[in-house]
Design a protein around this ligand. Structure first.
Ligand code: NAD
Length: 346
């Protein structure tokens, strides 16, 4: 399938650029010749994620909390708003921060884009669909979200962010696009962030039981991070406003995923069933017809390859830690963030 050539941006601002997806986005933009200012408060991101970019002449790191208005030292022509706690462990630990980043942070990032006439990309999420009655989920589906459940701090913040972005486009003419990312995985995820892939990989490598929530029949669709980044940049370079789903329609149950990761790691870890989180969606699968038709985008990395790359990265991190602290930390969370006490995976 032919890919449309992405325009060359001069200067992109990536909020949340030190996080998992944001750091891959920064690297892809730099590789494409775009200068990047990464704006991050390190509430859930890691400096190590962008350490390799610090020597790049086109890269700037601005430590700032986007809940307050912020400026950058050069006008951007692209603003990608990715700042937000994203894993259940993080947003349950940071409920007000999550709501404020999705609301005030979105307002401030939109203002930056508007003031400089820049294109604005909102990183929204499949969580706006909640626990869906429609399957797979297309952009036309409005979702089923519990506004007062524990997950609402994330889901509603993103829904508000979408509303704010749409209003800014309509009322002020800001050039915006909303991308709804489905579950993305890959290197730089944190082993204790509570999401399924890093949780299972960490547990499998440590020889611990793999904690599958509920009966494990709930499904997710996993998109490798390089595919997600390509999709985001394709949407940035297209005139569309979205929302547009970016995800991999290959659907898998959490039990299958746990067994798959156990096999790929060569682990003998047993499966342990644990309590399912409140309002956990039963199914999740993107309809990507719009992205295919408008952006000529589709995911290219299959789960076997993506999982192998992710496992290799986790192994390399463990080896580094072991060298630093012989007999020590194993897969400890370097950022000091621990999963929800149940140890459950998303
Ligand atoms: P992440 O936690 O690794 O990254 C988020 C980054 O935002 C971190 O570096 C964090 O320090 C930063 N941040 C948070 N609040 C901030 C604030 N107030 N000011 C400045 N920086 C702040 O999460 P991720 O998985 O990389 O997700 C990135 C974005 O993509 C999020 O907006 C998330 O909602 C969206 N998303 C991710 C996925 C996924 O599967 N990873 C799926 C759907 C949507």
């Amino acid at each position: 399938m032919a890919m449309s050539p992405a325009p060359r941006w001069e200067h992109a601002v990536v909020t949340g650029g030190s996080g998992f997806v944001g750091s891959h986005l920064c690297a892809a933009l730099l590789a494409d010749g775009t200068d990047v200012t990464c704006v991050d408060d390190f509430s859930t991101g890691r400096r190590a994620n962008v350490a390799a970019l610090l020597d790049h002449p086109g890269f700037r790191l601005l430590e700032a909390d986007v809940r307050r208005p912020f400026e950058v030292d050069r006008p951007p022509d692209l603003v990608l708003h990715f700042a937000s706690p994203a894993s259940p462990a993080d947003y349950l630990r940071l409920p007000l921060h999550t709501l404020e980043t999705g609301s005030l942070g979105t307002r401030n990032a939109l203002a930056l884009a508007h003031d400089h006439g820049a294109r604005f990309v909102l990183a929204s999420t499949s969580e706006v669909y909640g626990d869906p009655e429609e399957h797979p989920q297309s952009e036309r589906y409005w979702g089923r979200v519990n506004p007062v459940g524990p997950r609402s701090v994330y889901d509603e913040a993103k829904r508000f962010g979408e509303a704010f972005t749409t209003a800014a486009a309509r009322a002020r003419g800001t050039d915006t696009v909303i991308v709804r990312l489905f579950n993305t995985y890959g290197p730089r995820m944190r082993g204790y962030d509570g999401r399924a892939v890093p949780t299972f990989v960490r547990q499998a490598l440590a020889g611990e039981p793999l904690t599958v929530t509920g009966d494990g029949r709930q499904t997710r669709s996993l998109c490798y991070v390089s595919d997600t980044v390509r999709g985001v940049l394709a949407a940035a370079g297209h005139g569309m406003r979205g929302p547009v789903n970016i995800g991999n329609p290959a659907e898998i149950t959490m039990l299958e995923l746990a067994r798959w990761i156990a096999r790929l790691t060569g682990s003998n870890s047993p499966i342990r069933f644990v309590e399912r989180p409140v309002d956990d969606p039963a199914v999740r699968c993107p309809d990507i017809t719009l992205a295919r038709d408008k952006l000529q985008w589709r995911p290219l990395v299959d789960a076997e390859h993506g999982l192998r790359r992710t496992i290799d990265w986790f192994r390399s991190q463990e080896a580094q830690q072991a060298r630093r602290a012989p007999g020590g930390a194993g897969a400890a969370d370097p950022a000091g963030h621990r999963a929800h006490p149940s140890g459950r995976a998303a």
